[in-house]
Ligand binder design. Sequence first.
Ligand code: SF4
Ligand code: SF4
Length: 126
Amino acid sequence: MFMMHDNPCLQCGACCAAFRVSFFNGEADPNLGGVVPESLTEDLTPHICCMKGTNQSKPYCIALAGKVGVEVRCAIYERRSSTCRGFGFHPTDGMFVADLDEVRRCNKARKACNLPPLKVKNLAAL
Ligand code: SF4
Ligand code: SF4
């Protein structure tokens, strides 16, 4: 596992501006208990939708506010999808922790946004 003392996401946002952010469309259907604002999604298949703006050659989620690499926030943070909730660094014991695969994907997104790799510490080496 890898950790950072400060939340790297607040000054990043690269994953919201580099990948297609898709999920089960029931997450945007209030009749099924979904909370993601449906108007901010678009259909990909009969059962899968994505955040508007992310299904294009240069993705940029419609809900991403601020400036990537400087200061960002998710305009629907409390209502974001399971895909968004599951990705990246997770607050744990006062730190922000991710596994190797997540760090690699973060850095892939950051590279796509012309940002340098994260400076993470390897918990196993501490
Ligand atoms: S790419 Fe990683 S560090 Fe950047 S906002 Fe996404 S989860 Fe956070
Ligand atoms: S909904 Fe929020 S967390 Fe998810 S991709 Fe868009 S801006 Fe990022």
